[in-house]
Ligand binder design. Structure first.
Ligand SMILES: *Cc1c(COP(=O)(O)O)cnc(C)c1O
Length: 366
């Protein structure tokens, strides 16, 4: 039982709003896969999946154990495991998860398991590399794949997919269109030779924003569900889902010349009131936010982080804020605050969200 007073509230209404926002950009028959990997982008993958399970067609996780957690929480929706490992294939079958098979090593291993377990039409997903050069078969692997699966009733190719390298970057349109054309060509080869028609999908969030003409049969939405598009205009149409809150543990009155925190990094120039908050770098707040770079909100006013961010705590300047021990502290509750933290931390919003650690209590509000 996690009783931490530092809580990430996941806004269920915002999740729903964001999902509907993307739905209205798509053809009504296009399926939606919600990406809930990395604990639902730093929130709680299980709670998010339980909340969305009747509203989406598929979930995706990166690793098998993330999918197992969803099944153990009774999530029944199909779950694609994007990056399975050979040693987890048996668990994947045991938990009715659906593997991405991205090279012959894992493809052969899965076929061998499917044969041995006498599986029937077990859904598998084939990923093709069209330019990201991360995971995936090459198009010239197609004849060998087809020759193998056509004679095999143990597995069924449930979907074919690829992943774009720069869907958010309009300067890379030519490269991206080339990826999309390659993918369409690959899909055609399979459609020509297979009895079933695998689901085709290749767009992530920014792909949906910039290349919705290539939505194929399904899209994979991650960051957009959690409130971020690829530019200010898109983001302003979305709602923030991650609200990180805490409370003031203690207040100190500090005299000029006295210091606050490790390495005595903050030196008071005048009488200063500081508040200690139970959240630190072990909870996912970057140390780069220390030394007056980052701030929190107390009573709707900005309180700068003073001195170094500790592992479990920060101290903030509340000299001009009328507040007391036990009062609420907002670490962030808007896309703007999250973007600001990401910028100061010299990273992207994805990392600022996924950094929120397991020690923070997570609560989805419907
Ligand atoms: C993480 C991931 C996504 C989601 O991307 P967003 O930019 O968060 O929408 C989609 N597809 C694959 C293969 C991924 O790894």
């Amino acid at each position: 039982m996690n009783n931490h007073v530092t809580v990430l509230e996941i806004d269920g209404n915002a999740l729903k709003h964001n999902l509907n926002y993307f739905k209205q950009k798509l053809n009504p028959e296009t399926k939606i896969l919600a990406v809930v990997k990395a604990f639902g982008y730093g929130s709680d993958g299980v709670q998010v999946a339980q909340f969305l399970q009747n509203k989406v067609d598929y979930f995706a996780v990166a690793y098998a154990h993330e999918g197992i957690a969803l099944r153990e929480a009774n999530v029944k929706t199909p779950i694609l495991v994007l990056h399975p490992q050979i040693q987890n294939l048996q668990a994947i079958v045991d938990y009715k998860l659906e593997p991405n098979l991205y090279n012959f090593k894992i493809f052969d291993a899965f076929l061998e398991l499917a044969d041995r377990s006498i599986l029937l039409n077990y859904p598998v997903h084939l990923k093709f590399n069209t330019g990201l050069n991360r995971l995936g078969f090459w198009h010239n692997d197609i004849p060998k794949i087809l020759a193998t699966v056509k004679a095999n009733s143990h597995v069924k190719i449930q979907s074919l997919f690829s992943h774009l390298a720069a869907s958010e970057d309009l300067e890379e349109q030519e490269f991206t269109n080339n990826q999309l054309n390659n993918f369409a060509y690959i899909a055609k080869q399979f459609y020509k030779h297979l009895d079933n028609k695998p689901i085709l999908h290749t767009l992530n969030t920014s792909g949906v924003v910039n290349y919705s003409k290539s939505q194929f049969d399904m899209v994979r939405i991650g960051i957009g569900l959690y409130g971020f598009g690829n530019d200010e205009k898109e983001t302003s149409c979305l709602k923030n889902t991650h609200n990180l809150k805490s409370i003031i543990s203690q207040i100190h009155l500090i005299k000029p010349g006295e210091t606050v925190g490790y390495n005595r990094a903050f030196v008071a120039k005048s009488n200063t009131k500081s508040a200690t908050i139970p959240i630190g770098h072990a909870d996912g707040l970057s140390r780069k936010l220390g030394n007056e770079k980052g701030f929190v909100l107390i009573k709707n006013q900005k309180a700068k982080i003073i001195g170094n961010v500790c592992m479990d705590m920060i101290m903030v300047d509340v000299t001009n804020i009328d507040c007391k021990e036990g009062d609420e502290v907002i670490i962030f509750n808007s896309q703007k605050m999250i973007q600001n933290n990401a910028k100061i931390s010299e990273t992207i919003v994805y990392e600022t969200l996924t950094a929120i650690s397991q020690r923070v209590k997570k609560k989805l509000k419907k």
